[in-house]
Design a binder for this molecule. Structure first.
Ligand SMILES: Cc1cc2nc3c(=O)[nH]c(=O)nc-3n(C[C@H](O)[C@H](O)[C@H](O)COP(=O)(O)OP(=O)(O)OC[C@H]3O[C@@H](n4cnc5c(N)ncnc54)[C@H](O)[C@@H]3O)c2cc1C
Length: 420
């Protein structure tokens, strides 16, 4: 009987694992608890706005090589839009200044020597402090490695790390920050082009993956929640889906690509990150003004990034736990007042929606990072995937996809060992 690989969870980690395993000719079934694939990276029809929106705006950078390879596999890489060179428009709400940060393409950061390209109010030597963030001592926070002050920090490092780590940067793991900086800023402008799924996360990252998998005979079972696993010796022997138990044959394997708190409930004794940070998104049904860039950074406001989509402006606020109890309408008004100030649109509140993801990502502190398990488990036919596993990256699309790829590679290597 051919071996079956059961992937639990149809988020990006599970889908990435499914792609790799299906590509390798394995027989794959994906089981998803909810009625939709995509997990924390999804689109849905919002009844209040009367349009399809994303649960949250997601930004990729051109240096996210695994994410781009995933998109190429499913034929959707052209659905990301971004400028031809790395540039980021910023508005400082406190001073009213506006500028565009323009990185040069190559690795050598010539842009820091050019006042028209670098952060206003900075000198080239101010950027030297960033070198300390490239190889920090283990176990340190960002705040213990660099001074969380000055214009380079406030206008470049803070917005970058807040978006990438989803934590107030001084508390964030310097190791995770270093990885982000090495793979983006320090890799040159070619790795820093901002890329956005203009027509939605679903039609870019999820639906084309599902179509690709369907064509290769991969079954996706929605509303099929894994309730428990049976273990015997060094193997998982059965999957309990509530009404249905699937017995695993000797060659069958499982990729558990669920959030950390679910994984911990399914595997006794598994250590996982236990603290999280929220992300708040505000969506407004209104045509972006002519010339509005797809992405604008906002400093000294509640809003951090404004994304422009056809017929909609959307705002992202990271590490937003402080806003979880703010009444929704008050929050929508605060956010819109800032968007109106940045875009020049009327301050009359358009139709709006606030989406708060309480456990958007694990808290990227050094202590939580230490709790991330690797892909391998104590059971030969069970591997873990998910942005919270020990990818070396913060919880991002790139990390989720790399974790799925790694889980698939482990299973493939075990299968080839068995056949050797
Ligand atoms: C609002 C928001 C904004 C973000 N912005 C960015 C960004 O700009 N850039 C970026 O790179 N990343 C961003 N992220 C992070 C990114 O979305 C995640 O890193 C990524 O989607 C995680 O994928 P995953 O597969 O690891 O986990 P998940 O997406 O959580 O997938 C896990 C899946 O498992 C399913 N599941 C759970 N329990 C069971 C069970 N018992 N049985 C079967 N299935 C189960 C879940 O329903 C889910 O579909 C953002 C996240 C949020 C929430």
């Amino acid at each position: 009987m051919p071996a079956n690989i059961h992937i639990i969870g149809a988020g990006l980690a599970g889908l990435a694992a499914a792609l790799k395993l299906a590509e390798a000719g394995e027989s794959v079934v994906v089981h998803e608890a909810t009625a939709f694939a995509g997990g924390r990276c999804r689109s849905y029809h919002d009844a209040t706005l009367g349009m399809v929106i994303d649960n949250g705006n997601h930004l990729l950078l051109s240096g996210n090589r695994a994410a781009l390879a995933y998109l190429r596999t499913i034929g959707a890489d052209q659905r990301l839009v971004g400028p031809p060179h790395a540039e980021f428009g910023f508005v400082d709400l406190a001073s009213g200044e506006r500028w565009t940060l323009r990185f040069n393409d190559g690795r050598l950061p010539f842009w820091i020597f050019n006042p028209a390209r670098r952060v206003p109010g900075t000198k080239a030597r101010d950027y030297l402090a960033l070198a300390r963030l490239l190889r920090p001592p283990p176990g340190k926070t960002v705040g213990e490695v660099i001074a969380a002050d000055g214009p380079v920090y406030r206008r470049l490092v803070e917005p970058l790390l807040l978006a990438a780590l989803n934590i107030d940067p001084p508390q964030g793991s310097a190791k995770l920050a270093a990885r982000v900086v090495r793979e983006t800023l320090a890799a040159g402008g070619r790795a820093c082009r901002p890329l956005v799924a203009r027509d939605g996360l679903g039609s870019t990252l999820i639906e084309p993956a599902l179509a690709w998998l369907r064509q290769r005979g991969v079954a996706l079972r929605l509303e099929h929640q894994l309730h428990g696993m049976q273990f015997s010796g060094d193997r998982v022997t059965a999957l309990d889906f509530g009404g249905e138990t699937v017995a695993l044959s000797g060659a069958d394997s499982v990729v558990l690509a669920v959030p950390p708190y679910v994984a911990a409930s399914l595997i006794r004794g598994l250590q996982v990150p236990t603290e999280f940070r929220a992300i708040v998104n505000g969506h407004f049904r209104i045509a972006p003004p002519k010339g509005q860039k797809p992405l604008v950074g906002v400093l000294n406001g509640t809003v951090e990034w404004i994304f422009a989509f056809p017929g909609r402006l959307s705002v992202t606020i990271s590490a937003a736990d402080r806003l979880l109890d703010t009444p929704r309408e008050a929050l929508a008004k605060t956010i819109w007042a800032e968007v109106a100030a940045v875009t020049g649109l009327s301050d009359e509140l358009p139709p709006w929606q606030i989406v708060r993801e309480r456990r958007a990502t694990f808290a990227a502190t050094p202590a939580q990072d230490l709790k991330r398990p690797g892909a391998e488990t104590g059971w030969r036919n069970l591997v873990l995937a998910g942005d919270w596993t020990n990818t070396g990256l913060p919880a991002t699309i790139e990390g989720a996809i790399r974790s799925g790829n790694r889980a698939a590679a482990l299973i493939a290597s075990r299968h080839s060992e068995r056949h050797a």
